[in-house]
Design a protein around this ligand. Structure first.
Ligand code: SF4
Length: 127
């Protein structure tokens, strides 16, 4: 993932995603343990999980007490989602349709979709 200024502002979500990209799935208790050892607060870990769930990038419960439940990477659109600009965006929690920050007016998201479309088209032409 390219490191931009905005991505540095939401490092926990990006770190959590990086961990899940490596492991694909993990027990929630283990996930909380890893990040709490790094000094992260439980509520912030929970929020980072919720953000990834809202983006449909993972599935599973986010409660620390849910013990054995796994958080799994959801292969919604494939590897390209690693570069989704929303993941590390400073405005992610304020962004929504009709809001000041919105997907319909976002150049970064539009460029990402355009690149994704181009890559898909190239792949189709190669097949
Ligand atoms: S749509 Fe744009 S402004 Fe909204 S979270 Fe994604 S990158 Fe940020």
């Amino acid at each position: 993932m390219n490191e931009t200024k905005e991505q540095k502002l939401n490092p926990l979500t990006a770190d959590l995603w990086g961990l899940l990209m490596n492991k694909q799935q993990i027990k929630l208790a283990e996930l909380y343990e890893i990040f709490e050892k790094r000094g992260e607060q439980e509520k912030n870990i929970q929020k980072a999980i919720e953000i990834l769930q809202e983006l449909s990038m993972i599935k599973g419960s986010n409660g620390k007490g849910s013990g054995d439940l796994l958080v799994k990477v959801q292969n919604v659109i494939g590897k390209e989602i690693e570069d989704l600009p929303c993941l590390g965006c400073q405005a992610l929690e304020k962004c929504g349709v009709g809001e000041n920050y919105s997907p319909e007016n976002c150049n970064r998201l539009s460029l990402w979709i355009r690149d994704l479309r181009k890559k898909r088209q190239q792949k189709e032409n190669e097949d």
